[in-house]
Each structure stands twice: as C-alpha cells, then as structure tokens.
Design a protein. Sequence first.
Lengths: 252, 301
Amino acid sequence: MSEAAVTVDGVTLSYDGEPVVDDVTFSLPAATLVGVVGPNGAGKSTLIKAMVGTKKPDRGQVLLFGRPADNERGALTYVPQRGAVDWDFPITAGEVVRQGRFQSTGLLGRFGADDRKAVQKAMESVEITDLRHRQIGALSGGQQQRVFLARALAQGGELFILDEPFAGVDAATESAIVDVLRALRDSGKTVVVVHHDLMTVTDYFDRLVLLNRNLIACGPTNEVFNEDSLRDTYGGRVAIVTKSGDDARAEK
Amino acid sequence: MMALIEWLVAPWQWGDWMWRGMLTVHLVAIGCAVLGVFLYLRRMSLLADALAHVALPGIVAAFLVSGSLDAPIMLAGAIVVGLVSAISIETLASRPNIRSDAAIGIVFTSFFAVGVILLSTVVRDAHIDTHCLLFGDLLGVSDRAMFLVVTVVPAVLMLVVVFYRWLAVSSFDLRFASAIGIPVVAVNYGLMTAVTVTAVAGFEAVGAILVIALIIVPGATAHLLADRLITMIAWSVAHAIVSSWVGMYVAIAVNTSAAGAIVVVGGALYLAAFLFAPRHGRIVMLLRRRARRRHDITPTS
C-alpha cells in the first residue's frame, strides 16, 4: 500500500481572516494509529474539521486515499468531541449507535438485519450492550464516550477520526478505547486521534503529527517525539522529557 | 353523569362552528407540537416566537404586492419574509460581537413593527382584522383559515415523517450529521420554513401571539416526560390534543377566547408535568432528596 490514507496539502484554515492552521502539509500511511498533538488553540480541531469536510480550507486541499475528501465521505468515520452534544436530549445509548447506520441506510432506507447486527456487534466490542436502553445523560463520561465510539464502529469505514476521545473518561474506558483503536489498526484501518496527554503518546501511537498553527513534525513516534520538537510545539513550556518517553509532560 | 355527557355533546348541535373550530385547532396544535419538539431540542424556541411575529409583515407585504389575500399568496409572502428574517438573524448572530438572543429580538420586533405600521396606514382598507390576527377567532373559523390548516398541516407532518432521520440526527449532533453527509443548513431552513408556514396557517384561527405557545409549551412539557425522541413527540401531541379539547370547552363554558383558554390549559399541563413528572418532576426530586437524607441519618451497621 503506497497510497497515503490522508494527504494534507498546503492547507490554510482561518476564522475571520485569522489563520489558525497555516500552510500545513503532511501525509499519513494507511493502517496506522496516528496522534495529533499540540497545545490548546494549535488548530488541531480545526484541522480535523477540514479532513471531515465541515470546514473549507482557504488554501490547499485534503485528499483521502488519493482523492478529494468530498468524494470519500463514505470512507470516513468521525467521532466529535464528547462535549458537542446536549446530554438532556431524549435519546437512548442504543439509538445513538443506530445513527451510525444512517449513512448507508439513507433517509428512508430500511433498517435491516445487517444494520441491526452491525449495531449489536459495535455495542459488544465496547461493552455497552446492557446500557442500550438508558438515556445518554444518565451515563458516566466514560460510558458516553464508549457509546460514541460504538456509533463509529457501527458506521464502519476505512479512516476513523476521533477528537479527544480520552477527555474526561475513566482509566478503564481509556484502555478499552485504546484496545478498540489498536484492533481497528490491526485490521487495516487508519485511525487519527486528537490527543492531549503527552505521557501516553509513545505508548498509544505509531505516528505523530505535532502541530502549533504550523506543522512542527510528522513521522514515526520514536523519531519525532523528542525534546526539540516538543519545545517547538509547546513553545519552551515542556519541563521534562526522559529518554524512555514515558515521563514527558507539558507544563503551562 | 348524563348531565355531563349532555354538556359535552350540546355544543356540537349549536351549529357547524364547533366541529370547524375543533378540527382547525387540533390540526394547528398538532402541527405546532411536532415542530415544537425539534425547535425545543435545537434551543430555537425563541425563533418560533420571531417567525410567528414576522408572518404578519409577510402577509401585509404579500397584500401590498398582489392586492389579494388568497391563501397561497398569504403563505408565499410569509415564507419569503420569514426566510429573509431567519437569514438576517443567523447572519447577525454569527458575528462574534452580537449575541444570538439579541439578534432574534432586534430582527423580529423591527419586522413586526413595520408590519403594524403598514397595517394601520397603507393597507388600512384591506379588511385585515388586527385583533383577529393577534388573538384569532376559533369559534368563527373562516373557510380560508380552515382550507389553509387542512392543506398545510398534513403536508408539514408528512415532511417531518420523510425527513425524520435527518431532523433527529442534526438536532442531536450537528457535526456528526454533516460528517455523514446530511445537508444540515437545508434541514435548518426547511424546519424554519415549516414553522413559518404552520404559524401562518394557524394565524386566523389562534392568532399570532398564541400560536407561539402552541409551538413552545407542548415540546417543553414533553421533554419533562420523555427519554426518547419518539415518545417526546407522542407526549407533545398528547399535550396539544388535551389542551385543545379542554380549552375549547372551557372557552364555551365561560364564554371567552378559545385560543386563550387553550394556552392557559396548556400552561397548567406544563405546571403539572413540572411538579409530578415521574423522573424529572420537582415532587419526585424532593422525595428522593428526603429519602437520601433519611438514609444518611439512619445508622447502618
């Protein structure tokens, strides 16, 4: 597979003329687990929006599997930040997961046996089957995040993009989510994760995209995750980086 | 018992205004209740208020342009002015230094005021009854008003059924909706158009002010009772039917505005749900809190 799963080519994104992502170029090979890392306001979520197609670049383009992102929507599965929905919404966990099938069933298509099976399998793989009749606001933060991951699994696709899936979840959920993401990678899917916690970066990701408005570095984790690139990314606020990489933290 | 049944049946024998009023108000209320659920969940209830008000200048504008008050022309005028105001509100609200609630307040009051001025000057001889436009006349529904409601409401409900998945997903999770290819902007303006059309259709029957209550209150009540979207819609429709039915009889019994009575009954139903709802009601919450306190005090060994 020489074809890159994601190609970001000279992309500039701005709000009200103020660029938040400036002339960024990189590509990600298929079947990898990729972390997108950078400080708050570095443009991580905005870059994700451009990949997903909800924000148009001012300049440059995003290619998915070598073709313009708009033509490849079916291959892409997006898990937004958990805070983006209304937890009082009258919907059960099971119904959220069912939404994952609406892309393939369309507006009026029947919700068939295949769809039900996909939903059931997705719920089993993140262990939320017995929560399916609960209203989503009645779930814990970790359970909510599992529900949204299950919706993504039910949706399927070749490329999964997750925006801070570990924010506000318990340790058990975090490791459950990581297991699911690794399984996706092992089955040939490409997984892109916006991530905050530098301590776990080397453990979780094959490759990294270090971003702070500009691209700082992009490549295999063991090559690009070092003191120099972190200082460039976080602007000299990185306090400790040990060689093993498991004790790195960014301080304000 | 017999007396009660007689009392309930009697109005139906007093002339055809009873069934006309009942049919009209039920259709309007059900249409508003269903749309109201989606507006409520999208935190757009205030926009219903705006669109209902803006329908007045819409109707006046349509009359100015065409010189007629036929139902389709009224609808077209209201749709055009409704969409213009909706787009103005969105444009204003998307500026970082303008609050969205203020944007709504500025746009709809300005439009409404223009409508009021036009109504009392340029189109004074158009036979538009201001009192009727604002408060409706359910006990004397005209053929035009009934025609509007009978055609518009079923069409709107049909559209809600067809676009149900798009409406549901985009109301719940806008970013996910657009990521799976749902045209969220079109869905949004479609919903606003549906609200405008329904408000115009309900105008002559229940009036511009009270139609707002029919849109907001049933959805708000239903949210206290439902854990799923489909049951929320069912509760909302149930609220619409009960308040229409009871309100009509109250209006007949005390000889008052039917629309007013319906909205008062609807408000009372909301209060009842607020107090007694099985899970989110105040009483249950108080009992739960007391039970917890007692549990804390009782020594457990």
